[in-house]
Write a protein that binds this ligand. Structure first.
Ligand code: MLT
Length: 385
């Protein structure tokens, strides 16, 4: 390739979902095919013991804050956290049929009507602060679990979410697993579908809440945010078929059989990564530490090793390694959150943070403050006749 050329577009690269085509800058995170996810240059594995507010600060300001700066940021978010009564009532009146992600997209649009300021930066901070209550209300309403309480300023970001979620048996481990899940999903560079869609919609100057609603419709699909629920169902199906005493050889045979029948093996491969997803490695370690005898965890760990072994044999598979969806649902299930229909909502609760911050960059900071122009790629005409 000529110097300065980042990517060569040829006819072979058309109709491939813009795979690998650079379209701009991302100031929050980066996904390196060989080393995985970094938030502002810091590997995700080094950040997972930090508080969510510290990481949101990192993504928002581009640097880790001093203790008092983070505390002040937390106070600022707390002051913005409670949604208006009108917002909550409108969300509680939403239909409870179908995919709860539709309710979440609708809830974001409703929040935009009652809470939107039209200022991307203000709305970014407001929506980040309000996300725990918005998502708790969507789940409580959809599941018919009752009214959502107000957030408590003395609680942490995810402790507040768990406090507002009307589920029984809230344990320390459940909150901890939710917290880990939350901070692993904030951001995954600029090109993942939901982030890209959110920024594309905002490029037409749609305000923050509407742009996030669009991005959550993008996240809802089975190839993107819906994959964590499918990942758990796959692990469950393997456990059902092989039982709790399954050996590595049993799992290897099951994978070979399913592939021979042209069935999908869920949780492997990624559009960018060419190693085990570093977020998945964090979840595997967490599960091994806290739930080593959970039957689903045991199966997920066997799939981790045997899946790679079998998939690596196929030279056509560019990434035979597990991604985060291979284990994140199993982790939530093992921690006591037995509601896979809401897994994608938990992904959305987290991902809206990164998307909102990336929208602020593209609208207010990119190109010396002018912002990126409206997205308008070109398509070549082709007759179907
Ligand atoms: C994500 O976290 O968004 C997924 O891994 C998908 C992606 O990066 O394209």
């Amino acid at each position: 390739m000529k110097e300065g050329v980042l990517f060569e577009i040829t006819r072979n690269t058309l109709d491939t979902g813009l795979r690998g085509v650079p379209v701009g800058y991302c100031v929050t995170s980066f996904v390196d095919p060989k080393t995985g996810l970094t938030y502002v240059g810091r590997p995700i594995a080094e950040l997972v013991n930090r508080d969510p507010i510290e990481l949101i600060y990192l993504l928002y300001f581009g640097k880790l804050g001093e203790k008092e700066q983070v505390a002040q940021f937390h106070r600022d978010l707390n002051a913005r956290a409670a949604c208006k009564e009108e917002t909550m009532q409108a969300i509680e009146a939403l239909p409870t049929v179908g995919n709860p992600m539709d309710c979440f997209a609708a809830a974001l649009l409703i929040a935009g009507m009652y809470e939107g300021t039209g200022d991307y930066r203000e709305d970014c901070l407001n929506v980040i602060a309000k996300l725990p209550q918005l998502v708790a209300c969507v789940i409580n309403t959809h599941a018919k679990w009752g009214k959502t309480p107000d957030p408590k300023p003395e609680l942490g970001y995810m402790e507040n979410f768990v406090h507002m979620l009307q589920i029984p048996n809230k344990t320390f481990l459940l909150t901890q697993a939710m917290r880990l899940f939350n901070l692993l999903h904030y951001d995954h560079s600029g090109g993942n579908l939901s982030t890209f869609v959110g920024k594309a919609v905002a490029s037409g100057l749609e305000p923050m809440y509407g742009s996030l609603a669009a991005s959550m419709a993008a996240l809802a699909g089975a190839r993107h945010g819906g994959a964590n629920r499918d990942g758990l169902q796959f692990v469950m199906s393997v456990l059902d078929e092989l039982g709790e005493t399954a050996s590595a050889a049993d799992v290897e045979k099951l994978i070979r059989d399913r592939l021979a029948r042209k069935e999908l093996v869920f949780g492997f491969g990624h559009a960018v990564l060419r190693i085990e997803d570093s977020r998945a490695s964090v979840c595997y370690d967490y599960c091994q530490k806290h739930f080593p005898s959970n039957p689903l965890v045991k199966i997920a760990l066997l799939l981790r090793s045997e899946g790679v072994k079998v998939l690596k044999e196929n030279p056509k598979i560019s990434d035979p390694y597990p991604n985060i969806d291979a284990i994140s649902g199993t982790m939530l299930q093992a921690a006591g959150f037995h509601y896979p229909d809401y897994f994608t909502l938990l992904f959305g609760l987290s991902r809206c943070v990164g998307i909102a911050i990336q929208i602020v960059y593209e609208r207010l900071e990119a190109r010396g403050g002018k912002g990126t122009p409206i997205m308008r790629p070109s398509y070549l005409y082709k007759s179907r006749l």
